[in-house]
Design a protein around this ligand. Structure first.
Ligand SMILES: O=C(O)[C@H](O)COP(=O)(O)O
Length: 181
């Protein structure tokens, strides 16, 4: 899932690891407990970024599961500082997924990282259910890596939070969630 509404990044504010959910986002995270009451997860994994961990914490408490963090579930390392015209830069990366900025990761590399991390979790919990707390571009590029036809407009329109249900059965993969047909 993509995390709930977070504090907006500001110069001198918390870094990406420590920027947490807003008050509204914490309410949204609590609401996920009711929305996902049918899930009964066997495990909960999360990006180490605070906003992702805080999104799955209420679920973890409800189901008595410990949140395990994994850096492989972190958000895209875009190589960009927060900037108002970020969307133009994201669009450029979606147009050329092999393009990487200095110090950054290409979207193709993110897809490779995301698919590998999710496959490990699926294999570790075969036949079970794992909740994964992560980020918008991570989720979109994971879907792309699994062969789902998603693009920059899909990623830009992804709600916050957004829950996608990915099913693995042998070689078969199925995904459901906001913006997918
Ligand atoms: O999910 C995301 O898009 C990233 O984590 C960035 O989220 P932000 O809106 O908190 O910067």
């Amino acid at each position: 899932m993509r995390h709930a509404t977070s504090h907006v990044p500001v110069p001198g504010g918390p870094d990406e690891l420590h920027r947490g959910l807003s008050a509204f986002g914490r309410t949204q995270a609590g609401q996920l407990v009711d929305d996902l009451a049918d899930l009964r997860p066997d495990a909960i994994a999360s990006s180490p970024y605070l906003r992702a961990v805080q999104t799955v914490e209420p679920l973890a408490r409800r189901f008595g599961v410990t949140v395990t963090t994994d850096a492989a579930l972190r958000e895209w390392e875009s190589g960009l500082e927060p900037r108002p015209d970020y969307a133009d830069h994201y669009a450029r990366s979606w147009a050329d997924p092999d393009f990487a900025r200095p110090g950054g990761e290409s979207l193709a590399a993110l897809s490779t990282r995301a698919v590998a991390a999710l496959r490990v979790l699926a294999d570790q919990h075969a036949g079970g259910t794992v909740v994964v707390g992560s980020h918008g571009t991570f989720v979109a590029r994971a879907l792309a890596g699994f062969g789902v036809a998603v693009d920059w407009p899909f990623s830009a329109a992804m709600p916050m939070p957004a829950v996608y249900r990915l099913s693995f059965s042998g070689m078969r993969f199925h995904a459901e969630g906001p913006g997918l047909r």
